[in-house]
Design a protein around this ligand. Structure first.
Ligand code: FNR
Length: 370
């Protein structure tokens, strides 16, 4: 490991200071029966804060809308009964020296019918389709639905701020609701939310402006974006840097401070002709700080790992490649997912160069909140 290690330098932004640049990636754990935070979750996050993480982004929290969730036992945010739990979680993370962000989530068409709350409520989405060419089985959102969902994002953000979170992140990646508006394959509308790339960003921009109005100017607002979709890992919203710039500018104008750029492998170039990854391009094109993510410290990506195709070893992919990119100022922060499930003290082990103490990630580890 090089002597100077930017991963462990403090991060200073006018809206957020962090003790280092290691971020815990948001990871759904389905351990919140009833949608509220419990002690096991609080302990799980506090362990990562004690283990040296600078910023924890908690697992995606569903906004208060009947069709927001598609998975069992995920936490909600913005309901009266969810405030206390979040407040305690934030306090526990802060007491261990880390900062904490809340990720706001609506699954859109990717709703498994029967999930509570909501029961038989169908998925709500721009056009009722889950994937390009799919049958329209879900509910096509009316303008009233759109306005209600935007209001629920703003309410979730207000609760995140009131309960002490340091950052709000809008989950606009991975083929969920906001990404279903972004993606031409799932947005077949014929109104002002569809058609051109700029029109397809309109819903995301309206969510951003409502969240910004709710939290004010001084709180850091992140948006998680991805080219890949759970419905199509090879999908690309933007084929060129020029398209990416057209996609990002309206979101910057709407009030995003930092982009969390989700890729499956951080070392992969986003476009031909440059080694920059997605976070590198987004920072270059917008001038905004970015977070990179994807197989940091691991040798296989999370899709193969969670689908049971094997464990990810922590030794094979060193982090030297990551550090070199950070030194070159390609991005600002680095989010770590599975390596932090396997090693709650991953940052402390890495900074002390105790690589031999790293545990490999095994999918079976997802069964418990350890
Ligand atoms: C995830 N991921 C994810 N992403 C997100 O934006 N919100 C979420 O709630 C989740 N949930 C989730 C659960 C589990 C079990 C895994 C493994 C992943 C994606 C995650 O944040 C991250 O981008 C990937 O795991 C890639 O990082 P690693 O694991 O390769 O470091």
């Amino acid at each position: 490991m090089p002597a100077s290690n930017k991963l462990f330098e403090a991060y200073q932004h006018e809206k957020l200071t962090l003790p280092n640049r290691v971020v815990m990636a948001p990871m759904t754990r389905e351990g919140a029966p009833g949608g509220t935070v419990n002690q096991k979750m609080i302990d799980y996050y506090q362990r990562r804060a004690k283990g040296g993480v600078g910023l924890i982004i908690t697992e995606a929290a569903c906004i208060d809308h009947l069709a927001a969730t598609g998975f069992p036992n995920v936490p909600f945010i913005g309901r009266e009964d969810t405030a206390d739990g979040w407040r305690q979680l934030v306090k526990a993370v802060h007491s261990a020296g880390a900062k904490v962000g809340s990720q706001l989530w609506h699954v859109g068409a990717v709703r498994r019918p029967g999930m509570q709350p909501g029961g038989d409520t169908p998925g709500y989405s721009p056009s009722g389709v889950t994937k390009p060419g799919g049958k329209a089985v879900g509910h096509v959102m009316s303008q009233t639905d759109i306005d209600e969902v935007i209001a629920a994002y703003a309410k979730g953000a207000a609760q995140a701020q009131a309960t002490g979170f340091d950052l709000v992140e809008i989950h606009a990646a991975h083929g969920y609701l906001i990404d279903q508006f972004f993606w031409a394959g799932t947005n077949l509308r014929d109104d002002g939310y569809a058609g051109s790339l700029e029109n397809r960003t309109r819903f995301g921009c309206e969510v951003t402006r409502a969240v910004r109005a709710s939290i004010g100017e001084d709180m850091m607002l992140s948006m998680r974006i991805s080219q890949w979709k759970q419905q199509d890992y090879a999908a690309k919203l933007c084929q060129t840097p020029q398209e990416l710039e057209r996609f990002l500018q309206p979101l910057v104008d709407a009030g995003i401070d930092i982009f969390h750029c989700s890729t499956r492998r951080f070392w992969e170039p986003e476009f031909e002709g440059s080694t920059l990854n997605l976070a590198g391009w987004v920072k270059k094109l917008t001038g905004k700080p970015t977070i990179t993510v994807g197989s940091i410290g691991l040798d296989n990506d999370f899709i193969s790992a969670v689908s049971g195709k094997g464990n990810a070893t922590t030794q094979a992919t060193g982090i030297d490649k990551l550090l070199a990119r950070m030194e070159a100022d390609e991005f600002d922060l680095a989010a770590v997912g599975r390596a932090l499930i396997a090693n709650p003290d991953w940052p402390n082990k890495i900074s002390a160069n105790r690589l031999e103490d790293l545990k490999d990630f095994e999918p079976a580890m997802l069964a418990a909140l350890a």
